[in-house]
Structure formats: structure tokens, C-alpha cells
Unconditional design. Structure first.
Ligand SMILES: Nc1ncnc2c1ncn2[C@@H]1O[C@H](COP(=O)(O)OP(=O)(O)OP(=O)(O)O)[C@@H](O)[C@H]1O
Length: 385
């Protein structure tokens, strides 16, 4: 467990970067520090590994005041990942990852063998292990950065905007990888980002920092979205917080309808009215794109399938949430969101109205549950009297 008790950091020029921070981070939790630029997230994180010393207050790790511990020993128990990975340019990937275990006293051979295991664990192709960092993509470098931080198997992982410099698609991959790794490793992770979507996606709890280094709210992400503690938090999480909140609601109760589908070979038989859409699928049932009457005419005129169909919207599968289901419907040219099974074959569709109806049902059930709790409370009070 990591505890901040009345921690303040003032820089020599008088800037208060962190103001009276009180925070308890449970062991094994994924905690995200989020907030706009300059609100003290990085300063707070760097005080955990003593790269920065607080002006006042105490930080405890597993009950021990870190100012009384040896800084080098302390850091050996904390992996540290930064933006752009911070790899040593003149060392190969495998030697970058082996750095800390070697410092800790492992033999180079042992450390390299362990490094290869960790590289595999973070999803890096082992053929890249003998390359130098400059010969990797940004996303690959970031995976190596995570592997390096994990190499000495520290109980705590500090990650400072680790995915900010990579493109959105790679970033989603890395986020998914982090979620998978955390489920496997159960580390205490502190993660800094200014991106509320990233915070909501990754955090068990998120700490929202405001201007002047003051903590505004420390809560589960769904609570931050549903009940912002201050106007600042409401403003920071943005106007579409209701939409983001959909990601905490499962789509398993949404009823799927049959969708009209056709294989490419079947298209010549197709008779469509204006405004009707058919989903073109492979022989195995995987979606290839939507086609309407204009597309069918285009096929008959000899154009290719790709030139005659509209690319499908996002797909959703088992375990999807309402946000993914709604996005699938909204992004689909036909207005129908497509659900697929694990093999990628179409199992049905929904329209946006049905997702909204599902949301209303879930809310009604929650209201009823809340009301029945109130009644129970009154009942207890009445009999107590
Ligand atoms: N060495 C320093 N000397 C003086 N002021 C500093 C120093 N380092 C940071 N600050 C100031 O402290 C405040 C908090 O900075 P910090 O880097 O912790 O914020 P942050 O929330 O991590 O921001 P960002 O997201 O931009 O990295 C800012 O006003 C910053 O300018």
C-alpha cells in the first residue's frame, strides 16, 4: 500500500505543485492520476520513488516512511515507465530489459534469459530482441519500456504518460495489453495521464487533480463520471461523461435481431428497395460491408465488391458494454450495429434505439433497488423505536 499523508511540494521558485495531498493506494490496485497539464501529477508520482522530495508531509510504502529508506533499494522495488520509453539507445532490446536485474546482481546470462520471458509476456516478437531501440516503432519501444520496468518483478509500477506519444490505434493496443498484464500480475500500478478516457478505461480508482496541485476527487471511474465531486471535475470529465459512463454497463441483455445478409455470390439475386441495407458476409459469416440498392446496381455494372459496399461500422462481441453496442449502431451506415461471435461471424444486430431502451431498463432497475433499500431502512428504524 502507498499512502500520502498531508504531502505538499513547493519548488524553490515558490510554485506549489502539490498541495496537502492525502491519498491511500491499495496494494494490487490500478490507480490513475489524471488532470490538466501542470496540476502536479508527475510531481506526486516522482515523490513515490523519491526522485522528488516533499516539502512537508509523509509518504508510506507498506507502512514504512520512505524518507527513512535507502533510495536505491526503494527504487529496485518500483518499475518506472515514461513517455517515449526512455530506453538506452546503445543497448539492444534484450540488454535494455536486463539492465535492472544485472544491477541487482543477477548474472548477465540469467538476466537475458529472464528478459526474453518478460518481452514475450508484454507481447513483443522475440525476433526484435537483438535490435536497438531506434530500429523499433514507437509502440514497440513502449512495450520494451514496460518489459524493462517489469524485469525485476517489482511489486509497484509507476507509469508516467507512457502511451501519450503513440498513435491512437497503437495506444488502444497498449492499453488492452496493460489490462491483460494487470489481470495476470496484480501489481500496484500508479499511472499518470491527462486523458480522461484512458483514466476511465484503465483505473480501478482515479485521482483527479486540479489547478494548484489539489486533489479534487478520488473515486471509482464510474463514480467520477456519474457524480463529479466539484465543478472542476464535471468540467474536466467533459460534456459527454454520460456517454462514457455507458462503458460500465454490460450489453449482454440487449436483444439481438436477425440481420439480412448475403454472400458475394448471392448478390445477383438480391432485390432491394430504396433505403434497405444488406450486410455482405464471407462464406464463414464474417462481415465485409453493407450494400444498398445503389451498391447492387454498381455490382451489376461490373464494379468490384469493395467499390460497391460501404465499410461497416464498429463490431461488438461477447462481453461488450453499452458504449460499444451504441457506437456500433451509430457508426454503421445502415444504423444497425453488428454483433459477432468469437470466430468473427455475425450473430445479429441492434439499432441505437434498443441500446437506449436497455439503458432506461437498467436505470429503472437501479432506482427500484435504491428505493427498496430506503424502505428497508425505514422499516428498521420503525421497529427500533
Ligand atoms: N523543477 C521545477 N521547478 C519549478 N516548478 C516546477 C518544477 N517542476 C514542475 N514545476 C511546476 O509544478 C507544477 C506541477 O508540475 P507537474 O509536472 O507535476 O504537473 P503535471 O500535472 O504532471 O503536468 P504535465 O501533465 O504537463 O506533465 C507546474 O506548475 C510546473 O510548472
Amino acid at each position: 500500500m502507498i499512502e500520502f499523508a498531508h504531502v505538499t511540494k513547493q519548488y524553490p521558485d515558490g510554485t506549489t505543485a502539490v498541495d496537502d495531498l492525502d491519498l491511500r493506494i491499495d496494494a494490487g490496485s490500478f490507480t490513475v492520476f489524471v488532470g490538466p497539464s501542470g496540476c502536479g501529477k508527475t510531481t506526486s508520482m516522482r515523490m513515490i520513488n523519491r526522485m522528488i522530495t516533499p516539502t512537508s508531509g509523509t509518504i508510506l510504502v507498506d507502512g514504512r516512511d520512505i524518507s527513512t529508506l535507502d533510495a536505491v533499494q526503494l527504487r529496485l522495488g518500483m518499475g518506472y515507465v515514461i513517455q517515449n520509453a526512455g530506453l538506452l539507445p546503445h543497448r539492444t532490446v534484450v540488454d535494455n530489459v536486463a539492465t535492472v536485474p544485472v544491477l541487482r546482481g543477477d548474472s548477465r546470462r540469467e538476466a537475458r534469459r529472464a528478459a526474453l520471458d518478460v518481452l514475450e509476456r508484454v507481447g513483443l516478437d522475440l525476433s526484435l530482441a537483438t535490435r536497438y531501440p531506434a530500429q523499433l516503432s514507437g509502440g514497440q519501444q513502449q512495450r520494451v519500456g514496460v518489459a524493462r520496468a517489469l524485469a525485476a518483478d517489482p511489486p509497484i509500477l509507476l507509469m508516467d504518460e507512457p502511451f501519450s506519444a503513440v498513435d491512437p490505434v497503437v495506444r488502444e493496443d497498449l492499453q488492452a495489453e496493460m489490462q491483460r498484464l494487470q489481470a495476470e500480475l496484480n501489481k500496484t500500478i500508479v499511472f499518470v495521464t491527462h486523458d480522461i478516457d484512458e483514466a476511465v478505461k484503465l483505473g480501478d480508482r482515479i485521482a483527479v487533480f486540479g489547478r494548484g496541485g489539489r486533489l479534487q476527487q478520488y473515486d471509482a471511474p464510474q463514480r467520477v463520471l456519474a457524480a463529479p465531486a466539484t465543478d472542476f471535475v464535471a468540467e474536466f470529465v467533459g460534456r459527454d461523461r454520460g456517454y462514457r459512463g455507458l462503458s460500465f454497463r454490460g450489453a449482454e441483455d440487449v436483444v439481438l435481431h436477425d440481420i439480412r445478409t448475403s454472400t458475394e455470390a448471392g448478390l445477383s439475386e438480391l432485390r432491394l428497395q430504396q433505403g434497405e441495407w444488406v450486410l455482405v458476409v464471407t462464406d464463414a459469416g464474417a462481415p465485409r460491408g453493407w450494400i444498398d440498392v445503389t451498391g447492387v446496381e454498381s455490382i451489376r455494372a461490373g464494379n468490384s465488391l469493395a467499390d460497391s459496399t460501404s465499410a461497416g461500422g464498429s463490431l461488438f462481441g461477447r462481453g461488450a458494454d453499452l458504449r460499444q453496442a451504441l457506437d456500433s449502431a451509430i457508426s454503421s451506415p445502415s444504423g444497425i450495429g453488428v454483433a459477432v461471435n468469437e470466430a468473427g461471424a455475425v450473430i445479429g444486430g441492434i439499432d441505437a434505439g434498443e441500446v437506449i431502451a436497455q439503458l432506461a431498463e437498467q436505470r429503472k432497475a437501479e432506482d427500484q433497488a435504491r428505493n427498496s433499500r430506503h424502505f428497508d431502512g425505514q422499516h428498521v428504524e420503525a421497529t427500533d423505536r
